[in-house]
Design a protein around this ligand. Structure first.
Ligand code: UD1
Ligand code: MG
Length: 483
């Protein structure tokens, strides 16, 4: 639906220029980190807002920074690649004299022919579709306000309507601290989000003053000017508070995170994914699931994760940047992180419990990786098994290899990494060290406890360890009595 709306708007409306207010200090976060850089679902609050702006196909985004400006600007710049073709601009607001003053700083970056969408960097969960509707309500000529009914409107700007009627024309927004007793009882509030034609905005902002209870330049005062100028003011009222909820404290951040996660869980279940408990799932990125996927409690998915048909994820798994193919089973407490390289788990593979797959782990069909096995930058062909306490790093493992408990590839000589190649049908005994670079010939057997430093021939038994000796009648040392 979002895409359809975007196209419709892209052809029908004026260009969208987004202004994101992100200068505030966020005192109640009690953190060194600027508020808008705190994370929700694995991304900064600001990144959510920028992403939404990208979905809206905004022409231009102006981020207003103040507190922590350098950090906030650097963070945006580091995301610029992902956000392209979105054009990012920054303006500084120092000192912070109110929301109207904030938007005034952005004016030099705003062309006259656009509609300006005002967003806040600390309001992460607004749906693009909601904003499209708001922009459409503005229709290139009106001032459109996103509003909401709130049982407890304390602290918010109130929407004052003609005759106090629910359908009366909007006349003003009155801030909590400036409101009369009668106005305090108004339950329709201003969300902090508006769409306004740039030309009107420029004219009205020039008229702002700070004669109010807080001595601030209120953006919300432009409503009065619109009314005075005979420009239509429309309220687009929604009933979903999560979409306009701002983050001011760690408690609010956690509440919003849970609300967001629950929504994602429900979306997944609607697509057929079986979740043991929708309240115990965290998706911090994009999780794509084929049919008949089941996910047990307390799993965390990060980055891009693809789960194939019939995949089953056990409890307490953390899975990032990975493709898990059809029918694979990931047992509890498994940690998979492909970072920017990726991990692939082949069809019908069994992984875990307590396994660790690192970047470049590529498991073929029916591979078994058991408890306390770590795999990094290694390919395991179909049917290979490493079931207990082992390390495979920079290795190429053939089909049906059986890799014994406690065995490792010594892939690092202290300066460089080297590869270990294990041919098909090799059997590596327990507690072996394969010192790379080394090639284990097909069908060979490595005796338990061997340290293999030279290539081994196909089909051979290779043993490299001290020969067993037994000393008869051995007398163990005795403790010397204390003097
Ligand atoms: C504002 C609205 C209020 C609305 C509420 C919704 C005004 C005057 N009031 O309230 O009607 O109900 O949002 O949450 O606009 N900021 C700056 N520079 C400043 C001041 C604020 O960048 O000088 C930023 C803040 O960091 C924040 C956003 O603007 O991201 C909103 O500021 P905040 O103080 O939270 O809103 P209020 O003024 O309380
Ligand atoms: Mg304020």
């Amino acid at each position: 639906m979002t895409t359809a709306l975007t196209q419709e708007f892209a052809t029908a409306g004026p260009p969208i220029d987004v202004v994101i207010m992100a200068a505030g200090k966020g005192t109640r976060m009690k953190s060194r980190l600027p508020k808008v850089l705190h994370q929700l679902a694995g991304r900064s609050l600001l990144a959510h807002v920028l992403d939404t702006s990208k979905t809206l196909r905004a022409r231009n985004v102006v981020v207003i920074t103040g507190h922590g400006a350098i950090e906030v600007e650097a963070h945006c710049a580091s995301n610029a690649g992902v956000l392209a073709p979105l054009v990012l601009n920054f303006v500084r607001q120092e000192p912070q004299l109110g929301t109207g003053h904030a938007v005034q700083q952005a004016l030099p970056r705003l062309a006259d022919d656009g509609v300006v969408l005002v967003l806040s960097g600390d309001v992460p969960l607004t749906q693009p579709a909601t904003l499209f509707h708001l922009i459409m309500a503005s229709a290139g000529q009106h001032l459109a306000l996103l509003t909401l009914e709130m049982a407890d409107p304390t602290g918010y700007g109130r929407i004052v309507r003609a005759g106090g009627q629910a359908e009366g024309a909007v006349q003003a927004i009155v801030e909590q601290k400036d409101a009369t007793l009668a106005e305090h009882s108004i339950t329709e509030i201003y969300s902090g989000i508006m769409a306004v034609p740039a030309l009107h905005l420029k004219r009205w902002l020039a008229r702002l003053d700070n004669r109010n209870a807080q001595g601030e330049y209120y953006l919300t005062d432009i409503v009065k000017f619109a009314v005075a100028d005979g420009v239509g003011v429309v309220a687009h009222k929604i009933d979903d508070a999560v979409q306009v909820a701002g983050v001011n404290s760690p408690v609010q951040l956690a509440e919003l995170e849970r609300a967001h996660q629950l929504r994602q869980a429900h979306r997944l279940m609607e697509e057929g994914v079986r979740l043991a408990d929708p309240a115990r799932l965290d998706v911090r990125g994009d999780l794509l699931c084929a049919q008949d996927v089941s996910i047990d409690v307390n799993c965390v998915f990060m980055g891009k994760v693809n789960l194939g048909e019939g995949v089953s994820i056990g409890a307490h798994c953390v899975i990032a940047n990975a493709v898990i193919e059809a029918g694979a089973v990931i047992h509890p407490f498994t940690h998979i992180d492909g970072e920017n390289v990726g991990v692939t788990v082949g069809k019908g593979a069994l992984v875990g419990p307590f396994a660790r797959l690192r970047p470049g782990a590529t498991l073929g069909a029916q591979v078994h990786i058991g408890n306390f096995v770590e795999v990094k930058n290694s390919t395991l062909a179909a049917g290979a098994k490493a079931n207990h306490l082992a390390y495979l790093g920079d290795a190429t493992v053939g089909e049906r290899v059986n890799y014994g408990a406690g065995s490792i590839t010594a892939n690092y000589d202290g300066a460089n990494k080297h590869r270990t190649i294990i041919g098909a049908d090799v059997h590596v005994g327990s507690n072996c060290v394969l010192v790379a670079p080394v090639n284990i010939g097909e069908g060979g057997t490595i005796g338990g406890g061997s340290t293999i430093t030279k290539d081994t021939p196909a089909g051979a038994l290779s043993v490299a360890r001290g020969k067993q000796v037994s000393v008869a009648g051995w007398t163990r040392p005795k403790k010397t009595p204390k003097a």
